[in-house]
Write a protein that binds this ligand. Structure first.
Ligand SMILES: *Cc1c(COP(=O)(O)O)cnc(C)c1O
Length: 427
């Protein structure tokens, strides 16, 4: 029966295709027909990208201020990354972790040289990097202090990924709803609230997990004193400080990692999004002492540290770790801020511009709140691709090397979108 239905559907599609030869072969409605409905992708389908520009199936061009959600740190199809990937593709794709490979060894050494860390564990996504960090923290506490020391402190509106452990650590109750029973001993405190933190701490705290800038939660930077207090309380109670730098890492805020801008050193750091510049690769970094708790057989990943991802990540770090690129992030931040401030004032749309480096959030003023997605759509219609963070914040996380003229052109398009949006809103 199912087979017959499938045949009938196929026949229908074939005849449809016969009717209209010019229709693109792949269509957006396939999303609704064949994919699980957990996303709401745009109507257009991008097929090509170069630098900070993208083109859809119809050949329409977009300026990309989204950067694949803070992933494409060097834009689309950067020639050095294409070369690193294709070169590796011709050599060796996959071995599993039964064998070490040159790209992963090089990447581990590189990350150790560039950061506070002594050891790296590789995986494929931010959630996996955080999952490893949380498991490592629990295991470290268990090894050194016993199983009573299991409390994990996390923060309201935090985002750490979608596995059951990481989504429970995240601070959005709606993301956990209906998925219970959830892992235990995870508590949420208000972000940037030193008093609450102080009150919640005791000897049973195994770890604190925190983003230096909450990304998904609305582009809100941690206060320096807040992170310093976490560090101090962790030291006092033998707890581990886990910094989730999945979004803030790899040059995004103008230093290679955000902890360097805040001048505090975590025990464990996770990095993903920007690390592969668009290719999936992630890492959990720690001191040698903490890493010792991840003994043979305690954790693992089939693809973690695969040669393709690590080869690209090495090429990404070659470029992003340079002073020129990191200083460029700060210059571009200023250009964005100045232009966005002018726009925000002119249309009364947003006042506060927040975040750090090229992780930019614009908090919509009261009359426009809840309308972030509408604005994102209007921007897309004018040929500039932006992101949102929640319903009240426009978010931008472009390539770290976006050309100045693309910023100017993208802001012009955004202004046209805002003007139209405001006009429509007044009717
Ligand atoms: C995106 C993100 C994650 C999850 O990363 P995935 O690769 O989607 O699993 C975790 N933490 C932060 C801060 C993020 O921004």
């Amino acid at each position: 029966m199912l087979f017959l239905l499938k045949m009938a559907k196929l026949g229908f599609r074939l005849s449809l295709k016969g009717l209209n030869e010019t229709m693109p072969t792949v269509q957006r409605e396939w999303y609704d027909n064949y994919m699980m409905p957990n996303y709401a992708p745009a109507a257009m389908i991008p097929v090509r990208g170069s630098g900070s520009r993208m083109w859809d199936q119809e050949g329409r061009e977009y300026i990309d201020f989204g950067g694949g959600i803070a992933v494409n740190v060097l834009g689309h199809a950067h020639p050095d990354l294409v070369a690193a990937l294709t070169d590796q593709a011709e050599r060796l794709w996959h071995t599993s972790n039964v064998l070490a490979t040159e790209p992963s060894l090089k990447l581990a050494r590189r990350l150790v040289e560039l950061t506070f860390a002594d050891r790296a564990f590789f995986s494929n996504s931010g959630a996996e990097a955080n999952e490893a960090a949380l498991k490592l923290a629990r295991r470290y506490a268990f090894d050194h202090y016993g199983k009573e020391k299991d409390r994990i402190l996390a923060f309201d509106n935090a985002f750490h990924g979608r596995t059951l452990f990481t989504v429970t650590a995240g601070g959005q109750a709606s993301y956990r709803e209906g998925f219970g029973p959830l892992p235990g001993a995870i508590e949420h405190l208000p972000f940037n609230d030193i008093e609450a933190l102080d009150g919640a701490f005791d000897e049973d705290v195994c770890a604190v997990i925190v983003e230096p800038v909450q990304g998904e939660g609305g582009v809100i930077a941690a206060d320096k004193e807040f992170l310093e207090t976490i560090r101090r309380l962790c030291d006092k109670h033998n707890s581990l400080m886990i910094l989730d730098e999945v979004q803030t890492g790899v040059g995004r805020v103008g230093t290679l990692y955000a902890y360097q801008a805040f001048d505090i050193v975590p025990d464990i750091l996770t990095t993903a999004k920007g690390l592969g510049g668009g290719f999936p690769v992630a890492a959990t970094l720690s001191s040698a002492e903490v890493a010792d708790s991840l003994k043979i057989g305690t954790h693992g990943s089939t693809w973690g540290g695969n040669p393709m991802g690590c080869a690209v990540a090495n090429a990404v770090l070659d470029i992003v770790s340079s002073d020129a690129v990191l200083e460029g992030v700060c210059e571009r931040r200023q250009q964005f801020e100045k232009a966005l401030r002018t726009l925000g004032d002119k249309y009364g749309l947003f006042g506060e511009i927040r975040g750090m480096g090229l992780l930019i959030g614009c908090l919509l003023n009261a009359p426009w709140q809840e309308k972030a997605r509408g604005l994102m759509q209007a921007a897309q219609d004018e040929g500039v691709f932006i992101l949102v963070a929640g319903t009240n914040v426009l978010r931008m996380a472009p390539s770290l090397i976006i050309p100045q003229e693309d910023i100017t052109e993208g802001i012009d398009r955004l202004e046209r979108a805002i003007a139209r949006f405001c006009e429509a809103g007044k009717v």
